[in-house]
Write a protein that binds this ligand. Structure first.
Ligand SMILES: C[S@@+](CC[C@H](N)C(=O)[O-])C[C@H]1O[C@@H](n2cnc3c(N)ncnc32)[C@H](O)[C@@H]1O
Length: 198
C-alpha cells in the first residue's frame, strides 16, 4: 500500500465531492437499511449519510485510511465499527447483513470476483448491494485510453484500475441487478442490486 495516497485522497477528491459525489453518496447510502457492511470505507466519507440502519461494520485494509475513518465515526448518527481487513476474506458469518455499501472501491480490490463472492456469502438473501464506481467506458476510444492509462494510474493511485468493468463482474455472479444509473457520460455508475433469494 502506498503511504502518500491515503494522505492526499480526500483533498484530491474534494472538487468532485462538492460538485456531484456528495449528492450521489447521500442518495445511495441513504438506501441502506438494517445491519450494514461497508466495503473499503477509506476515510469514512460515507459515514455521515447512514440514516435508517442499526449498525455498520466498515472494512478497510489500509491502516492510514482506517485511522482517518475512525475520526469520522463521530459525524454519524449510528454505531459504526471498523475492521482492518480486505474484502476477499470477510470475518463475518454467512447471512449476516441486510445491506452492503461499496463506493469507489471495486476498482482497487486486487481480487474483485473473490470479494463479490464473499459479499454474497455474508449477505442475507435479498440483501441490498449498493455500488458507486468508476468503470471502463463503453465508447471505444475512451475505453482504449483508460486501458492505456491504467498501468501508470495503478502505480500512482494505490492500485486503482481505471478500466475495471465492475458492472460486468457483478453480472458474472448470482447478484440480481435492479437499477444502473450513469454519471459523467458513463465514467461513473451507481448500481442497485441484491443477493438472489433462492
Ligand atoms: C479510492 S478509495 C475509496 C474509499 C471510499 N470508499 C470512498 O468512497 O471514497 C479505495 C479504497 O479501497 C481500499 N481497498 C484496497 N484494497 C481493498 C480490499 N482488498 N478490500 C477492501 N478495500 C480495499 C483502499 O484501501 C481504499 O481505501
Amino acid at each position: 500500500m502506498g503511504k502518500w495516497f491515503p494522505r492526499i485522497y480526500d483533498m484530491v477528491m474534494l472538487p468532485l465531492e462538492l460538485n456531484k459525489f456528495s449528492k450521489i453518496r447521500k442518495a445511495l447510502v441513504g438506501k441502506a437499511t438494517g445491519r450494514v457492511l461497508e466495503i473499503g470505507s477509506g476515510s469514512g466519507i460515507n459515514f455521515r449519510y447512514y440514516r435508517d440502519v442499526s449498525h455498520v461494520d466498515a472494512i478497510e485494509p489500509n491502516p492510514v485510511m482506517n485511522k482517518r475513518s475512525i475520526k469520522q465515526i463521530g459525524s454519524s448518527y449510528i454505531p459504526i465499527q471498523t475492521h482492518l481487513v480486505g474484502a476477499e476474506k470477510l470475518p463475518f458469518a454467512d447471512n449476516t447483513f441486510d445491506s452492503v455499501v461499496a463506493t469507489l472501491v471495486f476498482c482497487t480490490i486486487p481480487e474483485p470476483l473473490k470479494a463479490i463472492k464473499e459479499i454474497q456469502r455474508v449477505c442475507k438473501p435479498g440483501a441490498k448491494i449498493l455500488v458507486f464506481e468508476h468503470v471502463r467506458m463503453n465508447q471505444k476510444l475512451l475505453g482504449k485510453a483508460q486501458d492505456l492509462l491504467t498501468p501508470t494510474w495503478k502505480k500512482l493511485c494505490d492500485g486503482c484500475h481505471l478500466n475495471r468493468n465492475t458492472l460486468e463482474l457483478l453480472r458474472q455472479t448470482k447478484i440480481s441487478i435492479h437499477k444502473v444509473e450513469c454519471h459523467f457520460k458513463g465514467l461513473f455508475l451507481t448500481v442497485e442490486c441484491s443477493k438472489e433469494v433462492k
